[in-house]
Design a protein around this ligand. Sequence first.
Ligand code: SF4
Ligand code: SF4
Length: 341
Amino acid sequence: MHYISNDNFFKFLDKLKNTFNVFVPVKKDKQRFYKKYDTPREDIIIGEVRAFEPAKAFFSHAREIVAEGFKNTSPQMNKKPLAIVGVKACDLKGFKVQDHVFLNHDYKDPFYIRNRENNLIISADCTSAIDTCFCLAVGVTPYPEKDFDINLSSVEGGFIAETGSEKGKATIDAHANLFESVKTRAKSQKDEQRKKVTKDVERNIKENNVPRQESLKGIIEKNFESDIWKDEARACVECGACNTVCPTCHCFLLYDEKNKENLARLRIWDSCMIKDFARVAGGANPRAKLWMRLRNRFEKKFYYFPKVADFYACTGCGRCITACPAKIDIRKVLKRLVKGE
Ligand code: SF4
Ligand code: SF4
């Protein structure tokens, strides 16, 4: 465990720029967005809550060329790696889901591997919660406990930095002059801060009656033919925003595009809420109705994933609640599924 002052933290980021493309969360109005780090600026927010966009976008690009001119396109391995700073625990869980799909199976996605490899993940504790956060209900703490290289906890005048991997340790060792030993007062500030944010999320869960993950077992099988799906899907406008903002959604579509000289094959994010998502050649569609597609979205996260990976593919980040123009609220749907009414 180390302490780094605010001034030294920016010197640290400046040093990291030699090896990495460094990205930091920057606050604009009430939201935080990732921006490439250039020089110290006041609107860089390491604590608070998750960024607006899911951090999956760093590794699973929204749009990417995967083949050109009828030739296989090799991922360019010489790209400068990324140092992503201020990643929250819910996005670390999102990485776990994406890794399960693109990295830890028989087929290893070379583009995802290229984007994911050699990066430095510098996560950070949440220091506040927005009213849609319910991470603790699905077993994610609002402060990272694993799956990071370095984790930062905001304390007076700077941060406590903890290492979670050999790479993180080597990075701190290489910049040892910027770090100090941690004082007892800073340690208690970190613990107090974690207790406070835990209380904030617990209050959200209680106020919204969000079911705990222990009660989610079997909710999809039990409600497979329920009218809840039709009822909840009634307001859906099929925009796909719930999929796009979700750190765990990973479905993609391949399509071909021609410019003047070349034919290129592109991969873009897809949405299982859209009618043509599951349509096959000949026009048949196993999920022709919107309620079937809504059910499929929940089925994937709360039935299929626990079955194949032993964890729920939801991080409790609440992004889909904010993004949905129809105000379909995953917390409410889960509550109805647990009750079966
Ligand atoms: S389903 Fe909603 S709350 Fe769960 S991880 Fe996706 S965006 Fe976040
Ligand atoms: S964000 Fe809401 S309206 Fe849009 S597809 Fe998802 S559930 Fe439907």
